[in-house]
Design a protein around this ligand. Structure first.
Ligand SMILES: CC(C)(COP(=O)(O)OP(=O)(O)OC[C@H]1O[C@@H](n2cnc3c(N)ncnc32)[C@H](O)[C@@H]1OP(=O)(O)O)[C@@H](O)C(=O)NCCC(=O)NCCS
Length: 165
């Protein structure tokens, strides 16, 4: 993935990051913080959903699956989840990012960038050379973020319809 580093006034892209920031695989004890961040961001608490995501991508994650958290000063301040999918939609294996969230009070400090870099490093280790994601077309924040990382419109388009009755 080609990407631009975030601009930084003193020329060091890492300068704005909390000094003690670490990106690591999720642990069971992180789940409450992940649920709290998602609830704050989306306005909807989905405990059962997050438990099932943890089971699939956390403790029992298969090869290529990643559920990473950003930890600063002992607190989880963000997370990213994705996996390598093989030949879905007829596409060669690639990495998919299907969730990324940074706690609102921790944003614009480079944490989202670090999370995406880390999951992409995992995708590279798994042997894929392309990453994809999907986003709502009115979510300008997440669009601005992914564009800043070098992601652009791809050759797939989403289609959908209502299933009545
Ligand atoms: C998108 C998100 C992950 C970015 O996290 P972050 O830690 O603030 O990101 P960074 O600090 O690494 O920002 C990197 C770049 O993204 C872009 N960006 C981030 N926030 C932005 C904003 N509010 N407006 C415009 N551009 C923005 C900028 O280009 C920024 O680089 P810059 O600071 O040099 O200008 C975070 O805002 C978030 O969690 N938003 C909600 C996500 C969401 O809707 N999730 C549900 C669907 S998965």
């Amino acid at each position: 993935m080609s990407r631009r580093k975030p601009a930084c006034p003193d020329g060091d892209p890492a300068a704005a990051l909390p000094a003690e920031l670490s990106i690591r695989p999720v642990r069971r004890g992180d789940l409450e913080a992940v649920i709290a961040i998602d609830t704050q961001v989306t306005g909807l608490e989905k405990r059962d959903y997050w438990r099932s995501v943890y089971r699939r991508y956390g403790e029992a994650a298969g090869p290529g699956a990643q559920f990473l958290v950003a930890e600063s000063a002992g607190e989880v301040v963000g997370f990213v989840i994705g996996e390598v999918r093989d030949w879905e939609f007829g596409a060669p294996p690639c990495g998919w990012v299907f969730a990324i969230d940074v706690r609102p009070d921790a944003r614009l400090a480079g944490i989202g960038t670090r999370l995406l870099e880390s999951i992409c490093a995992g995708f590279r280790r798994a042997g894929v050379r392309r990453v994809r994601t999907m986003l709502a077309n009115d979510n300008t924040l997440i669009l601005s973020f992914f564009r800043s990382q070098g992601m652009m419109a791809g050759r797939f388009i989403p289609l959908e319809m209502e299933l009545d009755g």
